[in-house]
Design a protein around this ligand. Structure first.
Ligand code: HEC
Length: 246
């Protein structure tokens, strides 16, 4: 049978793969490689700028997921121009309340009283400054930046898990056809991206409550980038650089 009627043979190591298979794998790996670089650029430009400075740092991750909980106007004013309006003890109670998300029941039970005693002689009818006589009135200055919301996290998590698992699947499948690599390295390189992906998504959620998990998130992100770069480059190398014959 003439050669061009033959089906490609999938049962070959990368080095001897059929040209059609090489073309398919190469196209896929190159596009995924560019995609990874774009993902990196995008992370730098969004999360990377979260702390106002270029470049990804642990602070950026903390701001993106945990938020900036000292970020309420009420707290910054109480540390600043309103500092003299109440004594230390009152101020710390107000700050504690706002950091806890300004719960309404605490407003009713005792915060309203503190504000009445210390703030509303100005913060009531004076035009141009917020009216603190009601919960709704003070709510304007108690908003805090709590970082990513749960619905956002759930949405982005499932997209990432499904989407990236697919990308890794083919990268790993192609790499599994590489030869001359010790079995334990192969198995590790294939397992690591999945492990790190799971850790990465876990740390998104964990960082929302405990900022220190941002460090683990950086490790995981670096881990699966390195593992996939290794697999992509090794596969391309074996397909296109002829083996040295001894
Ligand atoms: C003697 C009058 C006076 C008292 C008492 C006072 N404030 Fe103010 N407050 C002002 C004025 C005037 C401003 C606008 C100027 C500024 O932001 O510093 C202001 C602004 C603020 C702002 C920023 C509002 C905005 O929209 O920018 C906050 C928050 C605030 N005060 C909180 C408090 C709290 C909490 C208390 C009680 C512990 C308090 N203030 C007591 C006069 C007062």
């Amino acid at each position: 049978m003439p050669d061009d009627h033959q089906l490609p043979n999938w049962n070959r190591p990368l080095r001897q793969a059929d040209p059609a298979i090489k073309a398919l794998f190469t196209g896929y790996l190159v596009v995924i490689g560019i995609g990874l670089c774009m993902a990196f650029a995008q992370i730098m430009l969004t999360h990377g700028m979260a702390d106002g400075e270029f470049g990804l740092s642990v602070d950026d991750i903390v701001y993106s997921y945990y938020g900036n909980r000292e970020g309420s106007l009420l707290e910054s004013k109480l540390q600043g121009s309103m500092k003299l309006m109440a004594d230390e003890q009152v101020r710390s109670q107000l700050i504690k309340w706002v950091r806890e998300g300004s719960p309404r029941d605490e407003w009713d039970s005792h915060i309203a009283k503190l504000v009445n005693e210390n703030c509303i002689r100005c913060h009531s009818v004076v035009p141009g400054i917020p009216d603190f006589r009601t919960y709704e009135g003070i709510a304007v200055v108690t908003q805090i930046d709590e970082g990513a919301t749960i619905p956002t996290l759930a949405r982005v998590s499932h997209i990432h898990l499904f989407g990236i698992a697919f990308i890794f699947f083919f990268v790993c499948l192609i790499f599994s056809m590489a030869t001359g690599i010790p079995s334990w390295i192969k198995v590790t390189a294939i397992a690591l991206p999945y492990l790190f992906l799971t850790i990465d998504i876990f740390t998104w959620w964990a960082t929302k409550w405990i900022p220190a998990f941002a460090y683990l998130q950086m490790v995981a992100g670096f881990g699966y980038s390195a593992a996939s770069a290794f697999m992509i480059l090794t596969s391309l190398y074996q397909m296109w650089v002829p083996a040295v014959r001894k």
